[in-house]
Ligand binder design. Structure first.
Ligand SMILES: *[C@@H]1O[C@H](CO)[C@@H](O)[C@H](O)[C@H]1NC(C)=O
Ligand SMILES: *[C@@H]1O[C@H](CO)[C@@H](O)[C@H](O)[C@H]1NC(C)=O
Ligand SMILES: *[C@@H]1O[C@H](CO)[C@@H](O)[C@H](O)[C@H]1NC(C)=O
Ligand SMILES: *[C@@H]1O[C@H](CO)[C@@H](O)[C@H](O)[C@H]1NC(C)=O
Ligand SMILES: *[C@@H]1O[C@H](CO)[C@@H](O)[C@H](O)[C@H]1NC(C)=O
Ligand SMILES: CC(=O)N[C@H]1CO[C@H](CO)[C@@H](O)[C@@H]1O
Ligand SMILES: CC(=O)N[C@H]1CO[C@H](CO)[C@@H](O)[C@@H]1O
Length: 421
């Protein structure tokens, strides 16, 4: 007992020493970084920099944070947040970060599913493009939304898989599978399949199209709503008919929670037995607040060659699945439990999805599929483990570009493109 007490006392002291050493090293880095920044452009930058002692630091950090899993007290925080208005201020921030050995995290209107746009394991600075917000919208298209709900619809989902990627180019018919509370059996979970479509055109043109290619859906005029394109964005956010268009200008966040997401690319229909096994998993308690956003490919997506842009999932792909599991409770324990359940779901899906390697979509960032070394460089071979999943044959070309524009690999993070040595 006594010995254990002594050794833990020692550990505490050593820890404290290490900590204070690091803290003062950080203080200096932090001071030098700011000096560098202000030296180069004090007037324009001083009003755009938030240090930890600034009373607005937390609210700026939280502003576009979308996953509470990365907002704990022990989540690494940036030394400084810079909110540039001009390219020269971005340049100064990059140069000073490099000079003082700080990493950079960059965020804009979107967000990274694994928090990589605002968290780093190494001392870092955030460049937050919160002030860059010029948008021009010039679209007059009318669109029709379609929504059909169904419960226990294995056959419909099965059929959808082979139909959705071959529909008219003006129609995208997606599928949302959710685990929700049963309205019939209180206290039980149920799987809901929601067919959700967007058609660029009127209802009269849409109905015969769907009648011909997917009659089983039983789409009727009452299932459709005609609206303008801009209204359809309101529809996607769930506010259509409830709030005026101006709500799209509101930048405050609503209902952030914690989540873990993964993705799959599907090239062959999943058999009915496979879907039924998926439903069984979705009925498990841990599946509460699970969402599968299933998005068809085909159409314009297949016409673009794989080598045209980095995104490689093209002809031959039927659809993509985004799995996301959400929770409200705080803490590591619940997070780990739910993440483990997601890994179980992912492993169940393996036989049914793309292979060699199993593909993924980079915007649904998933660090489970492979990561770079946190300290130092990462070999091309190691990075290829995750790189080929997101980029397929384009990964090598991305590494060539990276080697050209950032030979010292200054811009790096858990899944940054590696340099070729
Ligand atoms: C400093 O910022 C101003 C605009 O605020 C810009 O015109 C000027 O070029 C910048 N100077 C340097 C050295 O970056
Ligand atoms: C916090 O930082 C902002 C942006 O640099 C600045 O305008 C503001 O005066 C600072 N507030 C305090 C209390 O230091
Ligand atoms: C589902 O049921 C649980 C427990 O009965 C409840 O806490 C939760 O709020 C319900 N969710 C919805 C969306 O109704
Ligand atoms: C913006 O949305 C937030 C959160 O829903 C709300 O509290 C706020 O009143 C809204 N602001 C405006 C100007 O509508
Ligand atoms: C990483 O690679 C670059 C380019 O080859 C090299 O300049 C740098 O020293 C390497 N860094 C480390 C920590 O090995
Ligand atoms: C771009 C630029 O002007 N960089 C300079 C910023 O200030 C430091 C000194 O603090 C110089 O070393 C940089 O060259
Ligand atoms: C394939 C399948 O599971 N069909 C079922 C869908 O739901 C209806 C009504 O709940 C059942 O009668 C079917 O057997």
């Amino acid at each position: 007992m006594k010995r254990a007490g002594v050794s833990s006392h020692l550990i505490a002291i050593i820890y404290a020493l290490l900590f204070s050493f690091n803290a003062s090293a950080f203080d200096d880095t932090h001071k030098n970084f700011l000096q560098c920044l202000y030296h180069n452009n004090s007037t324009s930058l001083s009003k755009l920099v938030y240090t930890k002692t600034n009373s607005s630091y937390s609210s700026i950090l939280q502003f576009s944070l979308q996953n509470l899993r990365f907002s704990y007290n022990n989540t690494p925080k940036p030394l400084v947040i810079v909110t540039p208005l001009q390219p020269s201020q971005v340049q100064a921030t990059v140069i000073c970060s490099q000079l003082h050995g700080l990493q950079i995290r960059i965020r804009s209107g979107g967000h990274d599913y694994e928090g990589l746009s605002y968290v780093s394991q190494l001392p870092f600075v955030i460049i937050d493009f919160i002030n860059y917000r010029k948008i021009q919208v010039d679209v007059e298209n009318r669109a029709a939304w379609v929504q059909v709900g169904a419960t226990n619809a294995t056959k419909l989902v099965h059929k959808w898989q082979s139909v959705a990627s071959k529909l008219d180019n003006n129609l995208v018919l997606g599928l949302l599978l959710q685990t929700v509370n049963s309205s019939i059996n209180k206290g039980e979970l149920t799987v809901q399949a929601l067919f959700n479509g967007l058609f660029l055109g009127g209802v009269d043109k849409l109905l015969p199209l769907v009648q011909e290619s997917f009659p089983e859906l039983g789409l009727a005029k009452e299932d459709c709503t005609e609206m303008s394109w801009i209204e359809s964005t309101l529809y996607s956010s769930g506010s259509y008919g409830q709030q005026p268009l101006e709500v799209l200008l509101n930048r405050s966040q609503v209902n952030t929670d914690s989540f873990k997401a993964k993705s799959d690319i599907i090239t062959d229909p999943i058999p009915e037995s496979g879907l039924e096994g998926l439903w069984r998993l979705m009925f498990e308690d841990e599946a509460k607040d699970l969402e599968l956003v299933i998005f068809p490919f085909g159409g314009r997506m297949s016409e673009i060659p794989e080598s045209e842009i980095p995104f490689p999932h093209r002809a031959g792909v039927l659809y993509q699945i985004q799995y996301s599991l959400h929770w409200q409770q705080k803490g590591e324990e619940v997070a780990q439990r739910r993440i483990n359940w997601m890994r179980k779901l992912y492993s169940y899906m393996e036989p049914f999805v793309s292979k060699s390697p199993r593909k993924a979509y980079i915007n649904y960032r998933d660090l489970d599929i492979g990561v770079n070394n946190i300290h130092g460089n990462t070999s091309y071979e190691q990075a290829s483990i995750w790189g080929h999943k997101y980029f397929n044959n384009n990964f090598k070309r991305l590494a060539y570009v990276k080697t050209k524009v950032d030979p010292l690999n200054f811009f790096r993070f858990e899944q940054s493109i590696p340099t070729l040595v």
